[in-house]
Design a protein around this ligand. Structure first.
Ligand code: MLT
Ligand code: ZN
Length: 445
């Protein structure tokens, strides 16, 4: 593709070896070699790329740090990967407006740290928060443990700047929580996985940083006892900022093969709960919580300092990578069901007889169901198992992805399980915003 050679404001990678890391993300899917990987340094590169994509008939695949879990940034046939890691811009915090502006290339950890340096908080915390880019979290509407109380990435975005099919960057939204002049096109771009256009920067909403944390380790004798707790806590007026769990199989793996801290973890199954409101470390608060959790707990542990809190979170944060290392060909799903249907979900999973272990975000019903033997399972059987899992979630009022998105990995299931009217509307929007079909072709719809 010689036309790419003269691309202004860009770095170009074209030899197969240097493009190798761009063929995959953190999911189980892998793509073909792209025509090239382009690292734009400015708007002229994007303008020219869009022009060439239309003229030469190739697609553009956006890429942040490659930590996605659904293959959204994986190349498809006849595409150029647009790697936003060198996109220019600084992180600028505005304490007066309680917001922050950052380019898509900003590491999420720097975004969170910049807010914290001013006593402010940006809640989205996908498990990859120390290695992912802000742009990737916007394109995928990333979640994380804190979504239990604070919602997903989209709930914290005031405005986005996005490359559209005219080759220009447009801004949607303003730096205020109140903006109601017509439907919110910016929200359509968040979580669109780049199929409508590419987000190059955003203004994010912030809030004062919590000053107090009560972090609890909740081991239980009978693991099903955990399943009513999220609903019961909410019903009793408690809203944890995180409520994570490991089922007995995951806990057993962690105990047997995990890091030192994990070897001492108690219980048949285990939950991690965190509260961050003012007064959450006070005696009356903890006593009321104890009354609720005590009957199912097998010795509640409350982190007494930051070191203990960090130790608890370190085990949770490494779980995905740890399981992947032990089962490199596992498939990790992220279905979601309403809190009130957790028991029904696990009963249904038992009935399906799918060999799976589960951990994840119990507090908001977003469960990482891991099929550890996926690599050794006959593909048609695996596809049937996954479809059974997705159908079960949908039948309980849930959905097939709580936070990772659709990308390539769940595209077929998404097409099979979605309301045809919704698919038709999405395709009409795609056609209106991207008539030439250059933005992330073959993904989502
Ligand atoms: C997590 O919560 O650990 C991540 O979303 C990764 C996973 O799917 O396991
Ligand atoms: Zn997760």
């Amino acid at each position: 593709m010689d036309a790419l050679a003269g691309l202004p404001e860009a770095t170009l990678l074209r030899d197969p070896a240097s493009m190798e890391p761009f063929l995959r993300d953190e999911s189980h899917v892998r793509g073909p070699h792209p025509l090239a990987v382009v690292r734009p340094h400015g708007p002229r590169a994007l303008r020219e790329l869009v022009r060439l994509a239309k003229a030469e008939g190739f697609g553009l695949v956006p890429r942040g740090a490659g930590t996605g879990k659904a293959g959204g940034c994986v190349p498809t046939e006849r595409t150029v990967v647009v790697d936003f890691s060198a996109w220019p811009g600084d992180i600028r915090v505005s304490p007066q407006d309680l917001c922050l502006h950052a380019p898509a290339s900003a590491p999420l950890r720097d975004v969170k740290a910049a807010a914290e340096s001013q006593g402010l908080f940006y809640p989205p915390d996908p498990n990859s928060w120390e290695s992912c880019s802000l742009g990737g979290t916007l394109a995928t509407n990333a979640g994380g443990p804190n979504a239990c109380k604070y919602g997903m990435t989209r709930h914290w975005v005031l405005s986005v700047e996005a490359l559209l099919e005219d080759g220009e960057i447009h801004t949607f939204g303003i730096s205020s929580v109140k903006a109601n002049a017509g439907p919110a096109l910016g929200q359509l771009l968040i979580g669109s996985e780049g199929i409508f256009g590419f987000i190059v920067g955003a203004t994010l909403r912030l809030m004062p940083l919590p000053r107090e944390y009560a972090t609890l380790l909740l081991p239980v004798k009978h693991w099903e006892d955990l399943l009513d707790l999220p609903g019961r806590l909410c019903g009793a007026g408690f809203l944890p900022s995180a409520f994570e769990f490991f089922d007995p199989a995951v806990l057993a793996e962690l105990r047997a093969h995990g890091p030192e801290e994990a070897r001492r973890l108690p219980g048949e199954a285990l939950a991690i709960l965190e509260f961050d409101e003012r007064g959450c470390t006070s005696e009356p608060f903890l006593e009321a919580l104890h009354d609720l959790l005590g009957p199912v707990a097998e010795g509640l542990v409350i982190a007494s300092d930051a070191r203990q809190r960090n130790g608890i979170w370190a085990v949770r944060r490494m779980t995905s990578a740890f399981l992947k290392e032990r089962h490199p060909k596992k498939v990790s799903e992220d279905i979601v069901v309403p809190r009130s249907r957790l028991r029904d979900f696990f009963a249904g999973l038992d009935q399906l007889g799918i060999p799976a272990v589960t951990y994840g975000h119990l507090g908001d019903g977003n469960l990482h169901v891991n099929l550890l033997a996926a690599g050794e399972t006959e593909p048609a059987l695996l596809a049937g198992q996954l479809m059974g899992l997705f159908r079960l979630a949908v039948s309980l009022g849930g959905t097939l992805s709580g936070e990772h998105g659709i990308g390539l990995a769940k595209r077929e299931a998404f097409l099979a399980l979605s309301d045809p009217a919704q698919l038709q509307a999405l395709r009409a929007i795609k056609h209106a915003l991207d008539p030439a079909g250059i933005f992330n072709p073959g993904k989502v719809i």
